[in-house]
Design a protein around this ligand. Sequence first.
Ligand code: HEM
Ligand code: HEM
Length: 494
Amino acid sequence: MIEQVASPRTQQDSTLDHSKLRISAEEVSAYDLSGRQPVLLGFFISIVWLLIGTVMGDISSFKFDRPDFLSEQAYLTFGRIRPAHLNAMVYGWASTAMFSVSLWLMPRLCRTQLRWAGAAVAGILIWTLGLVIGLVLLLAGYSDGLEWLELDRVWADPLLVVGASLVGASIWKTLSVRNVHHLYVSVWYVAASYPWFAIIFIAGNLPIFQGVESAAVNWFYAHNALGLWLTTVNLGLIYYLLPKIIGRPIYSYWLSLIGFWGLALFYALNGMHHLIGGPLPSWMIATSITASIMMVIPVVAVGINHHMTVVGRFGAMRYSPALTLAVIAAMSYTAVSLQGILTALVSVNRITHFTHWTIAHSHLGLYMFVTLSLFGGMYYILPRVLKKEWPSTRLIRMHILLTGGGMVLYVVVLGIGGVLQGLSLLAPGQGFEASVASTRPWLLLRSVAAVIISAGHLIFAYHVYLMAFTQHGSARRHPPFFEIKPVLVRKKAP
Ligand code: HEM
Ligand code: HEM
């Protein structure tokens, strides 16, 4: 079927008796369509947030080059537009798209129809309402004052909790009535993410902590929002896409187990590495640095597992944008995690803390890993739910080149600029102004990257519109890159 570039096997796990698991295309299609409403709703809303978050990210970036840019209105000042960018991207774009990915994956992997689809629709709408209220209040100057938890504790957060819980209820209900005994790797990651997210979000928002305690709980939340929510759902998606598209089981079940439990065990202890040098008991910092170093175990296990699953079939990326994006995202996960482990070492953190290096790391993770994985998921899932093909190969190519290329530029220039800034801050006798001056060319290049990436987002949104709301998607009978194959074969013939 669509995007299946190798054999049509659907299994992910090498320990299974695959012959018992074959199911018809009609059956798979029925699972896909059972979640059509919430899946499409979540994807469409997430793309609107992507565009809003992009404008906010661009404005934040331009302000580094021209601090007076759009500064007459209070709601456009850096202190408001920057957290608004973070919240629009993390909770609007990434999290809403992750709801759709989860709601599509679970019925497929549990071999049953999506249960409580109505609750999932209500959940996505309530989540979106909470986010709109929170962002309007944030731009109006009402913030809880905690990083990643800026949205209003009274008017926005309860709606977010109810929204995510309703989506989670649909996921867990579907899991409870599954028709397979075995739980696929992707199911562990996706299903576990929902209770984890609810626990950390509620803990992070409890208004009972003061001063240093509050900072510690703040970073317990923010780090686990990255590790036990954004990372886990996307690893679940990548664990699905890689073997599925190339038609080969996951390389090692045992490495999957090490990856999952290692992450669950060590990630939760990592949070205090954001506060190295802060006024916390040294055992807290030391524990978090040790746990950060231990993360090498699950990260390397997942990296080897992904690599060995695809090795020898990287050529298939030519026929599948979803595979291309999933492979880049998987590699970026390894890269950002190794960079993070390095950054958690005191000797490195002394230089990089409070510099643009951290922003490079953030976007390597949240863009090259999370966002590209979600784009890959959308390229794979949307045709199956809409029953249409992507209309244009050219638009797909442009989208991947502009966003991937633009973000590589973003990460590289900020990485270099960040180290130079850190060294300049530590240099005896150099004033603060010298450190600011050392970053200017790199920040200008980041704004160039921002424009390139934004063009990629516009193209993607336009392509989704063409596919979903016009006849262009119905006109095509084959997947976008299908025709490349015969062309290559013909060229080789004498
Ligand atoms: C057009 C693409 C993007 C641009 C131009 C952009 C730009 C920016 C800028 C200028 C900042 C402020 C940096 C600073 O305070 O020094 C920032 C921060 C941030 N952005 Fe983006 N961004 C983009 C995409 C994204 C996406 C897709 C996500 C999440 C999925 C994201 C998540 C974040 C986060 C979490 C921060 C705070 C980072 C930190 O505190 O270390 N951004 N971004
Ligand atoms: C083993 C894995 C990882 C380790 C040890 C790690 C380590 C770190 C450290 C030490 C910092 C703080 C830097 C500073 O403030 O000086 C940090 C910040 C950050 N990391 Fe990671 N990281 C890891 C994986 C990831 C992944 C997978 C993502 C994205 C999905 C990510 C996203 C971020 C973001 C967004 C920040 C900035 C938070 C903020 O200041 O707003 N990290 N990381």
